[in-house]
Design a protein around this ligand. Structure first.
Ligand SMILES: Nc1nc2c(ncn2[C@@H]2O[C@H](COP(=O)(O)OP(=O)(O)OP(=O)(O)O)[C@@H](O)[C@H]2O)c(=O)[nH]1
Ligand SMILES: [Mg+2]
Length: 641
């Protein structure tokens, strides 16, 4: 009995202890010991000591493992409980990012290592979002350049390294994916060195530190022969090589917005680095807009990035990366500064768009059946909202007809917007992407890409032949281990829609990457699609028997039992002209029993096309109709003849 009482008393004591002495968060206690042991100082309400901050951007070609590396740095910093379920590629928080396994927008986060607060900026690797990388580099004082241990530097490696060098950042080279059986680390390091030389890197940066890692397996090492089970070597290099943010805490406030975010409660958030001075909630400040105008501003919230979360603070000091709320029309490039001594930062250049598409209200016979937002007004409001959040996007009304010309940095950029709208309940139709031409001295110029292809020898011939037809000019060709690496300069127009064709031609084993190279002379007509299409002659529901007969004509895009309208595209013709067909033509009934014979036909499964495939597929006289439930291809003119 006495024993049980003692036990109860003991449990009560433990409860009392936790209530009376609340524990500091892991960050406060472990990483800010110099802030004293008084619990009130554990809450980081004051500005952070500049010398403990390291601002690091992670840059690389697409899929070289940036987001996976951030996962490991976070995991190993001890910020999650041991049994806590943490999503893979945590920073890829948008649904579309998770589904596609790519990063679409740059994200901020932080972790602590020893006495240092390391702010991490995860960047997208895809070329369409390259402009973001350039902008967020303004928040960084150094960067980790990740390079795949097998692939070596790729076109986007070149692009991001060029931007990092232009920003004068310290660069730590991380050879990632060393666990791959075909890893060739020494070769990759040599290639990276050559890239630095090619980009005229200053001597002190040529001697870059190198670390070898497997972000997936969670280890990094200074030398390939080292034994390591942690990512510590990367954190060590960050602390040793990335300088703490420079900047004067006593100078006028300067905080420039480098990227944007959105909060359902607070509206738009501007994200940037405090370059000089102190940012405080209660202090009146001014904002210098992109047009140079200065107006008073008041921030309603300031957030720091702690792990993958935003944590509210009253003020932030030099070098801190923050998200601020309170200005509804905040955009990239604005500077928050002192009201009585405004000091704007130099303007942030935004790359001009390279391709455009028309977004048209849905006027197909099925309009309004599947979506909530269908009118041109809905479209306008939504697109305007997007331009506020995405500075690389441009929207203008169409000069002919109702609709909007939406211009962006590439097919992926625009198709992600369409996919987002469709999920929100919009119905719309889009035209084939057009590249944006330029006139210079009376000459028409068009954008060219540098295309790098890695392909098995047996498919190289077919690829070379097709690229020739698309006006590609071969720059380099290397052969090693049965693989060919081809480097081309090719008009952006030629590449529109080429990816899926390439994947089919190389049985899914080829790799293609491209990056904007320059504007060059107009290359003449390019025929992207040689085949014609099969269109429906009437509004009907498709019938298996009819489709069975149509299979000989080409490839079908839909199966039986699907409602289609006159002029809708149901398949691709094997020949190069269009053909009107009847996808509902049943078998002539000779007696009652024959009507059931439709079920007996065996159909080849229809070709499944993603939104991107559809956009890339259509010709100028065709449209993609997008609704929350369906993606249909149609002729602009809906005739059954
Ligand atoms: N074998 C191996 N695979 C890795 C490693 N690191 C990442 N990966 C894989 O590479 C793929 C791409 O990883 P991500 O982390 O999404 O790459 P990313 O650079 O963030 O890609 P983007 O943001 O789209 O440019 C995923 O399938 C990862 O599992 C590694 O060290 N070894
Ligand atoms: Mg990523």
């Amino acid at each position: 009995m006495a024993c049980r009482d003692t036990l109860h008393l003991f449990i009560l004591l433990i409860f009392w202890f936790f209530l009376a002495f609340p524990h500091p968060s892991i960050y406060d206690a472990y990483f800010f010991p110099h802030q004293g042991t008084n619990p009130s100082s554990w809450k980081i309400k004051k500005v952070m000591d500049q010398s403990i901050i390291r601002n690091v951007a992670i840059i690389a070609h697409v899929d070289h493992g940036k987001t996976t590396l951030v996962d490991q740095l976070f995991q190993q910093s001890g910020m999650f409980r041991e049994n806590q379920e943490v999503a893979e590629r945590l920073m890829d928080s948008m649904d579309l990012e998770k589904e596609r396994g790519i990063t679409i927008t740059a994200k901020n986060g932080s972790y602590c290592y020893k006495d240092y607060w390391i702010n991490i900026i995860d960047t997208p690797g895809h070329a369409d979002f390259g402009g973001q990388v350039e902008r967020v580099l303004r928040m960084a004082d150094g960067c980790l350049l990740l390079v795949d241990a097998q692939e070596g530097p790729m076109p986007q490696t070149y692009f991001v390294l060029k931007k990092a060098l232009a920003a004068g950042l310290r660069i730590i080279v991380v050879i990632n994916k060393i666990d791959k059986p075909a890893a060739r680390c020494e070769w990759v390091v040599d290639q990276v060195f050559d890239l630095f030389v090619k980009l005229d890197a200053p001597d002190h940066l040529l001697d870059f530190p190198v670390v070898y890692a497997s972000a997936k397996q969670g280890y990094a090492k200074h030398h390939l022969t080292d034994d390591s089970t942690t990512m510590e070597p990367i954190s060590e290099l960050i602390v040793a090589h990335v300088p703490p943010p420079s900047g004067d805490p006593t100078a006028s406030l300067q905080m420039q917005v480098s990227s944007l975010d959105h909060s359902p409660y607070l509206g738009r958030l501007g994200i940037g680095k405090v370059i000089n001075g102190t940012l405080s909630i209660n202090k009146p400040i001014a904002v210098v807009k992109r047009d140079g105008s200065v107006s008073p501003a008041r921030l309603t919230k300031i957030f720091r990035f702690e792990s993958d979360k935003k944590v509210s603070t009253d003020s932030a000091g030099v070098g801190e990366l923050v998200a601020v709320a309170g200005m509804d029309d905040v955009t990239v490039g604005v500077t928050f500064t002192d009201a009585d001594n405004p000091m704007p930062m130099p303007q942030i250049e935004i790359d001009p768009p390279t391709i455009s598409m028309n977004f048209i209200p849905n006027d197909s016979p099925f309009a309004g059946l599947e979506g909530k937002f269908v009118t041109s007004r809905h479209l306008e409001d939504r697109l305007k909202k997007e331009t506020l959040a995405d500075v690389a996007l441009r929207v203008e009304p169409m000069t002919e007809g109702v609709g909007y010309v939406v211009s962006g940095r590439g097919e992926l950029h625009l198709s992600i917007l369409i996919e987002k709208m469709r999920r929100e309940g919009f119905e719309l139709q889009v035209t084939r992407p057009q590249v944006i031409m330029k006139q210079e001295g009376g000459v028409t110029l068009e954008p060219y890409e540098e295309l790098t292809i890695d392909v098995d020898e047996q498919y190289a011939g077919a690829v070379i032949e097709r690229l020739g037809m698309l006006k590609g000019q071969m720059q380099e060709m290397h052969q090693a281990n049965g693989m060919n690496r081809l480097v081309y300069k090719i008009p952006t127009r030629g590449l529109l829609g080429y990816r899926s064709e390439f994947m089919t031609a190389t049985k899914g084993l080829g790799m293609m990457n491209y990056v904007f190279a320059e504007y060059g002379p107009y290359a003449g007509d390019i025929i992207n699609r040689v085949n014609g299409v099969l269109t429906s002659m009437e509004s009907c529901t498709t019938v298996a028997y009819a489709l069975f007969n149509l299979q000989d004509r080409g490839r079908l895009f839909l199966g039986p039992g699907v409602k289609v309208y006159t002029g809708q595209i149901v398949g691709e013709n094997a020949r190069n002209q269009d053909m009107v067909v009847n996808p509902a033509k049943g078998k002539k009934l000779t007696n009652m029993r024959a009507s059931g014979s439709d079920e007996n036909v065996v159909l080849t499964p229809p070709v499944q096309m993603s939104l991107e495939d559809c956009i890339a597929y259509i010709n100028d006289d065709e449209l993609v109709e997008v609704t929350p439930l369906s993606i249909r291809l149609r002729k602009k003119k809906l005739t059954g003849k």
